[in-house]
Design a protein around this ligand. Structure first.
Ligand code: IMP
Length: 440
C-alpha cells in the first residue's frame, strides 16, 4: 500500500482537513509531522463540524490509528482539550492515538516570550497564532527543549524545567517586565496531566517503520502550507517548522524512500493570515466578497484571513519544492458570483519578469503580479460532483490554473462535505497508486 503526503500549496488553510478525511479510508495510519495547535483542520461529516488542531483528522474514522510525530510541538493542555472534545462526540482515541516521546513540549514561558517578541517587532510582527509554537521550536534547536518522554520521568522533567526557568524567568523580567514563573506550580500542572497522557506516549518512529514494514499504509497530514515553511516560505513571515513534504520524513522518522506520492492542496483563490507579503491580495470589495463567501476566518484564532486571486507562481513553486504529483483545488464555488476572475501568471519586479519565487520578502513586496483575466461563470457550482456538470467557464478556469501551475488537478472540492467532490478523469500518478472514486 502506498504512503502519501498531503501538503498545503499556499499559505495554509487550503482545506487539507477535508481532503485528508476523504483519503483516510484508504490508509491504516494518519500522521501529523510538524506544527502544533496553531493549525486548524475543519472537517464536516453530515451535520457535524469538527475542528482539530493537533490530532490528525483521521481520528474521526474509528478504525484508524493516528500519530503525532516527533516534529510536532505539543501543548499537553490543548491536546487534552481536543481528546475531551472528541469524547463529547462519542469518539474515543483510546488505543488509536500515539504521541512521539521525542515531540517537544510547549511550556507557559513559550507563549509569554512569544508575546514579548511580537510586541518588540512592532510593525514587522509576524502575526503568529500566539500559541508558543515558535519559541518551543527555538528551544528544540537550541538543544534545551523538554520533550514528551521527559514527562514520564518526573525528576528529569523538574531538572530540565529548573534549568530552563533560570534563563526564561530572567528573559521574562527583562522583556515582559513580569514576575518569573514558579517552578513548583509549573511542574505540578504539567505532571498532573501525565496520568491521562502517558498511555499515548511512545516511540512513534519505531511504530511507523514497523507498520510500514508490515505493509500498512501511512498518510502524512501536513499543517500550514508551503509558503509558511521556515526554509522555503516567505521568511521571516513563516511558521517555525517544515510544512513542506520533506518535513514528513524528519518529523516522523520515516525515510524518504518510503514516500510514494505527494499531493498538494490549493484553494481556487489565495488566502493568508498574519503578516507578510501577499502579491495578489485584494484589499477591496472583491477581497471582502471572497472572505464572506468563503467564510475566511482563522479556524484557530478567528482572525479574518487576507484574500486574493489565485497565484500560479506560488503553486508552481509549491509543485517544485514538494515535487507534487497533482493538486486538489478547493472552494471553487466561492468564485461563483464573480463576473471576471484574475489569475497571477508571473511577477514583475522593476523591469524584469521573475521566473522563480524570490527569496527576499522585500523583493516580493515590490513585485507586481502579471494577471491573466478569465471570465467568471456566474452560476452555482456548490455541491457539483461531476466535472462535466460544471459550467464551461469553470472548467476553463480549472484547466488554465492547472496549466499555469504546471500540475495536474486530481480532485476539485465544491463544498465542505465529503460528497461535494469532483474526481477528475485524468490518470495522475496518485490515481494510479490510489484510484480515487467519488463518495456517494
Ligand atoms: P505561528 O505558527 O503561530 O508561529 O504563526 C506564524 C505564521 O503562520 C502566522 O502568519 C500565522 O498566521 C501563520 N499560521 C500558523 N498556523 C497557520 C494555519 O494553520 N493556517 C494559516 N496560517 C497559519
Amino acid at each position: 500500500m502506498p504512503n502519501v503526503v498531503i501538503v498545503g500549496s499556499q499559505w495554509g488553510d487550503e482545506g487539507k482537513g477535508k481532503i485528508v478525511d476523504l483519503f483516510t479510508d484508504r490508509f491504516d495510519v494518519v500522521v501529523r509531522y510538524q506544527g502544533g495547535h496553531n493549525a486548524g483542520h475543519t472537517v464536516q461529516i453530515g451535520d457535524e463540524t469538527y475542528v482539530l488542531h493537533l490530532i490528525p483528522s483521521g481520528i474521526l474514522h474509528p478504525e484508524k490509528i493516528c500519530v503525532i510525530g516527533n516534529g510536532v510541538v505539543v501543548d499537553p493542555f490543548a491536546l487534552l482539550e481536543e481528546i475531551e472534545m472528541l469524547a463529547s462526540h462519542g469518539i474515543s482515541v483510546h488505543g488509536r492515538l500515539y504521541i512521539s516521546n521525542r515531540a517537544h513540549l510547549i511550556m507557559p514561558y513559550h507563549r509569554l516570550l512569544e508575546e514579548a517578541d511580537e510586541k518588540a517587532r512592532a510593525e514587522q510582527k509576524i502575526g503568529t497564532t500566539s500559541r508558543g509554537i515558535g519559541p518551543s521550536y527555538e528551544d528544540k534547536m537550541g538543544r534545551r527543549g523538554i520533550r514528551m518522554g521527559d514527562l514520564l520521568d518526573p525528576e528529569l522533567f523538574r531538572e530540565k524545567l529548573r534549568a530552563n526557568l533560570l534563563n526564561k524567568n530572567e528573559l521574562l523580567g527583562r522583556y515582559s517586565h513580569r514576575e518569573g514563573l514558579s517552578e513548583e506550580e509549573t511542574a505540578r500542572s504539567y505532571l498532573a496531566v501525565v496520568p491521562r497522557l502517558k498511555g499515548y506516549i511512545t516511540d512513534t518512529a519505531e511504530f511507523l517503520n514497523e507498520s510500514a514494514a508490515a505493509g500498512k499504509s501511512l498518510l502524512f497530514e501536513g499543517a500550514q502550507g508551503t509558503l509558511l515553511d521556515v526554509d522555503h516560505g516567505t521568511y521571516p513571515f513563516v511558521t517555525a517548522s517544515n510544512a513542506t513534504a520533506g518535513g514528513a520524513c524528519t518529523g516522523s522518522g520515516v525515510g524518504p524512500t518510503r514516500i510514494d506520492s505527494v499531493l498538494g492542496v490549493a484553494k481556487a483563490y489565495t488566502t493568508r493570515v498574519g503578516g507578510g507579503p501577499f502579491p495578489t491580495e485584494l484589499a477591496n470589495s472583491i477581497g471582502e466578497h471572497i472572505r464572506e463567501r468563503g467564510k475566511e476566518f482563522g479556524a484557530s484564532t478567528g482572525r479574518p484571513r487576507r484574500c486574493g486571486w489565485f497565484d500560479a507562481v506560488v503553486v508552481r513553486y509549491a509543485r517544485v519544492i514538494n515535487n507534487l504529483d497533482s493538486i486538489v483545488i478547493t472552494k471553487l464555488d466561492v468564485l461563483d458570483d464573480l463576473p471576471e476572475i484574475k489569475v497571477c501568471v508571473a511577477y514583475r519586479y522593476r523591469s524584469q519578469v521573475l521566473k522563480y519565487f524570490p527569496m527576499d520578502v522585500s523583493v516580493l513586496d515590490a513585485c507586481e503580479p502579471v494577471y491573466e483575466m478569465l471570465p467568471g461563470w456566474l452560476s452555482g457550482t456548490a455541491g457539483i460532483k461531476e466535472y462535466a456538470s460544471l459550467p464551461e467557464r469553470a472548467r476553463h478556469y480549472l484547466s488554465r490554473i492547472g496549466e499555469m501551475s504546471g500540475t495536474e488537478i486530481s480532485l476539485v472540492s465544491t463544498g465542505p462535505d465529503r460528497r461535494q467532490t469532483i474526481v477528475m478523469a485524468e490518470k495522475s500518478r496518485l490515481q494510479r497508486l490510489l484510484p480515487l472514486v467519488p463518495v456517494s
